[in-house]
Design a protein around this ligand. Sequence first.
Ligand SMILES: NC(=O)NCCC[C@H](N)C(=O)O
Length: 432
Amino acid sequence: MTAHSTAFPAPDPVNPSSVEHGSAPGAVASSGAPHRVDSEVGPLRTVLLHRPGAELKRLTPRNNDQLLFDGIPWVDRAQAEHDAFAAVLRARGVEVLLLSDLLVETLADSRARTAGVHSAVDERRLGIDLADALRSHLATASAEELAVALTAGMTFEELPAAEGASLVRRMHHPHDFAVDPLPNLMFTRDSSVWVGDRVAITSLAMPARRRETALTDIIYAYHPRFHSAGRAYGAHSAPVEGGDVLLLAPGVLAIGVGERTTPAGAESFARSAFADGLAHTVLAVPIVQERATMHLDTVCTMVDRDAVVMYPAVRDTLSAYPLRPDGSGGVLVDGPEPFLSAAAEAMGIERLRVIDTGLDPVTAEREQWDDGNNTLAVAPGVVVAYERNVVTNAKLADAGIEVLRISGSELGSGRGGPRCMSCPVDRAPLVG
Ligand SMILES: NC(=O)NCCC[C@H](N)C(=O)O
């Protein structure tokens, strides 16, 4: 493993994001890193996916609600669907990075191992003795074994055998989780987001997902490919999830505020982006606090440099509070104003087009639930979408958008589509 040499202080192994990142909270000097994302639709060059694995096998009818799944996926089929998704991207020349591969490579670094073990072992749940035993066990596990424990979790019956009596072990059911699984890890969009040449480790709102950012944090801190990448935003700040962050144009962000991202999260993300020179305008966009609209990207995604696909039910009501820097480290707040005109103004275009999906309200509601509006652009006017959203896809095609259809019958049970399942790490700039 390459030595961890950066232009900024080495992270604290048990808390990589604790590094002091420059002037504003979460800010560092520009790294000149080779990764950069300035828009939603610039030709996609590199993307981070997570092929679902053993963590999905932890889902049962007793825990699926708490673990944020609407059903119990058929795991082999979900993996096949995900492989097909990755293949579609590769066929378009996209470099696909798989989170588990990066994690195993990262865990070759002893500081990453320390941080990974620290994130997984919860002394409040295990008690001192069991926590110590688990730490020792994981400390000697191979990188591959540790990566599985970190992603799929561990049950009490999977803990290493121990001498003596432990009340904790004796009173827990053998199938209780000693380390929680992370079945939502495949929604890589939410746990980190690139803005310009910096990566923000987000702050996830739901308890079932919080530990995901420990993994993205150590990957970006210690993987040789990323360890010099600049950071944006503070990983332990107010909740912001990547599904709420849309890069409408270079310097223009929209941040959904609803079930996941809070007003404080949107405001501090904006403050950090302004301090780092990553944005001149952030639109804070209120969305209904419901599961169906958990993130902004469940109702609106960009399909071209000046066009979005949007859930018709919100088209006329979506609003925005434009935030701009006040020049002395603060944030000026305007609005609320209609989202579409506020976005167009900030983007410097005459109009932000909404592809007219013209759906009847029932079909629109069904296809929104199945992530019809959650498309991933691989280039301007070219998007990946779930094939099941037949009507939305047909309307997109009618409007001249090339739709690369993928199957999501099993993947969709986690309530996330192609955008949710992808974290763009590098996009070519938009020219012209
Ligand atoms: N950006 C997204 O909309 N991500 C989908 C996340 C689905 C996951 N089951 C969750 O509830 O967080």
